[in-house]
Design a protein around this ligand. Structure first.
Ligand code: AKG
Length: 301
């Protein structure tokens, strides 16, 4: 029998499934789809002073009002996004056994591969997903080991430049104009991560989370979702679903810049296309040797 690529979700959680309610929960039916504010970064790169200022204002407004926005003309070419996605699909197609051992062959730190929720004691605590969560220091160390690691390195470098630009703009929004090196010094490669997520279809129930509700405890997260989507955020007292835009990157202003915003993923409907239901994430976090300076301030909402 062919070995499975999927983690052993069903076997692991079978006792919890006994408590399953066969009705679709209201929350799933009621979630509305929304489009995040869309910002064209060409204005920032190629615009005159007035256009650049207008773009900065749009970023600040979206951060204040949503804590989330999407950017196009972000500098990450469709080619590199496509190559990264191809490598991601190939990686997750490996058997579960290969995935749990892959850190050695790729020179990644132990535990880079994760799946499910080890401590779940009820259905609401299960994250029906698997991920490679790789510090950028591992990404640069492994460059050249395989086509995956070289592509990851290229992808992470471009995304990090974008993250640094956006973080600097947000710091300026908080009145810190002299912090041009701040993020280079505080977001070191060991505490910034490239995460590749996969949300396998759940044969048991649509009631389970792809990722349980959480907040991003970093400066900034950049996310690319495929056409399937599934990302939801909590806004004005209810969950809303973020409409996928394949050309755009989603920016989540993290907890170090703003009051925490709850996010979750929730779309485990089986798809006929095995190259679907993946996301790519870059997180920019504080290095462990630095303590956060609370006078930095939070973007008011
Ligand atoms: O994959 C997504 O849409 C969200 C991922 C996420 O929130 C995470 O990896 O922390």
């Amino acid at each position: 029998m062919e070995e499975s690529a999927d983690p052993p979700f069903v076997e692991t959680y079978k006792n919890l499934f006994e408590k399953l309610d066969s009705n679709k929960p209201d929350e799933l039916l009621l979630v509305k789809e929304c489009e995040l504010p869309l910002i064209n970064l060409d204005q920032l790169k190629y615009g005159d002073e007035l256009e650049r200022e207008e773009c900065r204002k749009k970023i600040a407004k979206a951060s204040r009002e949503w804590g989330f926005f999407q950017v196009v003309n972000h500098g990450v070419s469709p080619d590199i996004l496509g190559e990264m996605r191809t490598e991601q699909v190939k990686l997750f197609k490996k058997t579960f056994r290969e995935k749990i051992n892959i850190d050695k062959s790729l020179n990644f730190s132990q535990g880079s591969y994760r799946w499910g929720s080890p401590t779940a004691t009820c259905l609401g605590q299960i994250s029906w997903s698997e991920a490679f969560h790789v510090p950028l220091s591992d990404v640069s160390r492994s460059k050249g080991v395989s086509s995956l690691s070289s592509t990851m390195e290229q992808f992470a470098t471009t995304l990090s430049e974008l993250a640094q630009t956006l973080a600097r703009l947000l710091a300026e929004e908080l009145g810190h104009y002299n912090k041009s090196n701040y993020f280079k010094e505080t977001c070191l490669p060991s505490t910034c991560y490239l995460r590749m997520n996969r949300y396998p279809a759940c044969p048991i129930s649509p009631q389970l989370f792809g990722l349980m509700p959480h907040t991003d405890s970093d400066f900034l997260t950049i996310l690319h979702q495929d056409e399937i989507g599934g990302l939801q955020l909590f806004r004005d007292g209810k969950w809303i679903s973020v409409k996928p835009n394949h050309e755009a990157l989603i920016i989540n202003v993290g907890d170090l810049f703003q009051d925490p915003i709850l996010i979750q993923t929730w779309d485990l409907t089986p798809t006929s296309d095995p190259t679907q239901d993946f996301t790519l994430i870059l997180t920019q976090d504080l290095t462990l040797t630095k303590t956060w300076d609370p006078t930095f301030g939070l973007i008011p909402t």
